[in-house]
Write a protein that binds this ligand. Structure first.
Ligand code: IPM
Ligand code: MG
Length: 367
């Protein structure tokens, strides 16, 4: 059996704080015959402070060699004035692109104990379990040409390009249908085919992949604006939502909030398996660096922990361990432990580290 290794990139803001709790979880598994080697490096603002760039070539090479990355968060107000190409976020975007992480899984599930934490009524979100599958290496995030130019009359003109090829749409569509087969067997493909050519192609290609390879899966097409509305109107109608990079960015934040807290949502970004069969992958909480609460010890580590559970499942093929960790998360919530972001009346308010301690206790109790 080859060695299990992870590159830790804690990054900025609350990133290092929530990653610390994952480290403790890894330690817990380490004491139970599951050895994982952890290397650590800098990304985002943390890398800018040390090396002047948000991702060094060495760090990128390390990420490629190890292949499995646990990512905290990047960004903060102190970097707002940096030129676009030097911003902390570029580190993350470059990792996604260079590792070929085209498939971004963003599950939005409501833990029973948190059904009242949602801003939507309990009956709308109770038992919710949907996945936003976001295309992550194409579209307007990377399309050329892009930039800002000055026109002869002194005005400026900014351009971004939304672009997709058949191949890019086919491979994300396949991930969507395969995922749906393991779930409730339904895919909603989302674009703006009424306005955008990329939307027209997206719809055509998804339909063709369906008809050719996955006729057993239910498929519907939906415009992105309608999807945003449907997500808050009746989210349980969805199973797998597959969409492009930009719509996926927007809709996954919306879906995240259905669960009551952005602090609860994990994500996995997967690439194509290489010749050795290993699939490059990066796991990160959806919440971001949250500079307003950084350093206070109050961040919710559960999204990061759940991202690590996804890592156990998708990169290390350890479904039993992933299940145990997810059950431990459900258990601490049932026991009433809450970081401030999910605090409810009658519950016990805990710090980031206390939540980690409770989680390890729950893992012990589940053995
Ligand atoms: C996300 C974030 C990123 C994105 C930012 C930090 C570049 O919003 O992962 O959803 O826009 O993809
Ligand atoms: Mg986003």
């Amino acid at each position: 059996m080859s060695e299990r290794a992870i590159l830790f990139l804690p990054g900025d803001g609350i990133g290092p704080e929530v990653m610390e709790e994952v480290r403790r979880v890894i330690g817990w598994f380490g004491k139970r015959q599951l050895a994982i080697r952890v290397e650590e490096d800098f990304v985002g603002g943390a890398a800018i402070d040390r090396f002047g760039v948000p991702l060094t070539e060495e760090t990128l090479a390390k990420a490629k060699a190890i292949g499995t990355v646990m990512f905290g968060a990047v960004g903060g107000p102190e970097y707002d004035s940096l030129p676009f190409e030097k911003k902390p976020e570029r580190g993350l975007l470059r990792l996604r692109k260079e590792l070929g992480l085209f498939a971004n899984l963003r599950p939005a599930m409501v833990f029973p104990a948190l059904a009242d934490a949602s801003t939507l009524k309990r009956e709308l979100v109770e038992g919710l379990d949907i996945v936003i599958l976001r295309e992550l290496t194409g579209g307007v995030y990377f399309g050329e040409p892009r930039g800002i130019e000055t026109l002869p009359d002194g005005q400026k003109r900014a351009v971004d390009t939304q672009v997709y090829t058949t191949g890019e749409i086919e491979r994300i569509a396949r991930v969507a249908f395969e995922l749906a087969r393991k779930r409730k067997n339904k895919v909603t493909s989302v674009e703006k085919a009424n306005v955008m050519y990329t939307g027209v192609l997206w719809r055509e290609v998804v339909q063709a992949v369906h008809d050719r390879e996955f006729p057993d899966v239910a498929l519907e097409h939906m415009y992105a604006d309608n999807c945003a509305m449907q997500l808050v109107r009746y989210p349980k109608q969805f199973d797998v939502i597959v969409t492009d990079n930009l719509f996926g960015d927007l809709l996954s934040d919306c879906a995240a909030m259905l669960t009551g807290s952005l602090g609860m949502l994990p994500s996995a970004s997967l690439g194509t398996p290489g010749a050795d069969g290993r699939r490059p992958a990066l796991y990160e909480p959806v919440h971001g660096s949250a500079p307003d609460i950084a350093g206070k010890g109050i961040a919710n580590p559960l999204a990061c922990v759940l991202s690590f559970a996804m890592l156990l499942r998708y990169s290390f093929d350890l479904p039993a361990e992933a299940d145990r960790l997810e059950k431990a998360v459900a258990r601490v919530l049932e026991e009433g432990y809450r970081t401030p972001d999910i605090m409810q009346p009658g519950c016990t308010r805990v710090s980031t580290a206390e939540m980690g301690t409770r989680l390890l206790a729950a893992l012990d109790a589940l053995v």
